[in-house]
Design a protein around this ligand. Sequence first.
Ligand code: ZN
Length: 480
Amino acid sequence: MAISIVPRPAHVTHYGGRYDETLCPLTYRADPSLPAEGYRITLRADGGEAAYADDGGRFYAAQTLRQLRAPDGTYPCVCIEDAPRYPYRAFMVDSARHMQSVAQLKTLIEAAALLKFNRFHWHLTDDQGWRMESQSFPRLNEISAWRACDGFLNDDGVRYGGCYTREEIRDIVAFCAERQITVIPEIDMPGHMVALLAAYPDLSCTGRVTAVSTHAGIHKDVLCVGKDATFQMMTRLLDEVCDLFPGEWVHIGGDEVPPQRWQNCEDCRARMRRLGVTDPAALHSDFINRIAAYLKAKGRRAVTWNDTLKGGDLDRDVVVCNWMDKTGRCIDRANSGGLVIEEDFFHYYLDYPYGMTPLRKTYGFDPMRAGLTEIGRANVIGVETPIWTEFVRDFKQLCFMCFPRMLAVAERGWTPPQLLNGKDFAARARALLPLLQTIGITAAPPKTWDPRALGRWKGLAQHYCRVLRVAHENRGVEEA
Ligand SMILES: [Zn+2]
């Protein structure tokens, strides 16, 4: 009988018969000969053993057993030898546009751990809200964390916001660590900073930012990178980040930075003259490189979105998340030795409807893009799937959007490519729904996963998806 596990294990041998843990308890044993995060489970009628390479392998053996266990407490007699394809398997949550409670985040983390994800990229700041309690800058908690309305489409007059306390953040980090998940916090700079600028307008180029944003899109107001005060505040904030988050990697954003304010700012122009550059993209690189160097001196490593490759001389050690790269810069980056994470907008952005990004499309995305050399392929270290929350306002909707598509990304990140099979995967995804439900996750119902026959609505649905896609690709910059 075939077994049903997501992500699909690398090797399974069936012995036949059942293993009953209550009759002969399972033993765990370290086996350093196994690959990193790998494990080998051997279940026979007369005994069970789980050998593991490391803490990760031990934890993943337990997750596999959790999925393998029948309601009567027995297991099929099998040997499973398993290890991940990629070392980096992440999910990202935007807590800036809409927050999740600590309990909700834990539910999501619990489900991600079951699927063998090992990184939680936590998007904590954006134009519409600041979510990390600061000790040094209390105005962030009092002003930047709050906006005048909840939804972004019309002014509902509901004041919205709050931030995670330092205690709550430490609690989440510890909860993740128990599940072999490292948290990668993101403080998005120098763009997506309107919430901070509302409390510290002197750090903008104009000095005139007055409120936390209440709408989506790209904002013209960004950090003034010509002022020394900006760098000083960012580094003090990063000191706080490093104090709260023990993981080596810190995401510093770097995406969607319109150049207009810099071009019209005396301080930014002066800095460009000192650097001997005329392209604002070079000013962007300079800022990111300075922040990355600061983190490096603290023993940390910066991660950014791929927009930071535009300036051309991004520090070699900065890790790049490829979300939207039309010019192949991420391929060049990987081929020339830089680490790249694949989180393609058209396949892995889970805030888009199933009509635009059906399950089979997410499942079918191959992170090994054409043009990668052997070196480049080794530098693509894994996959990540984000859920942005401009229009995902509650946890029920978040679960609907993430599940089962998160399962598809988990399998792509773990399973050898020759074992990937969409039909087989969809059946296993359906079989996992009751276990997800016991964790507290209600997935989208199977009939919504792969819309095929939309009948007379098909044309309209396709039009809607096209409009969404074009709107996102050419996200217009707001008027000044
Ligand atoms: Zn400026």
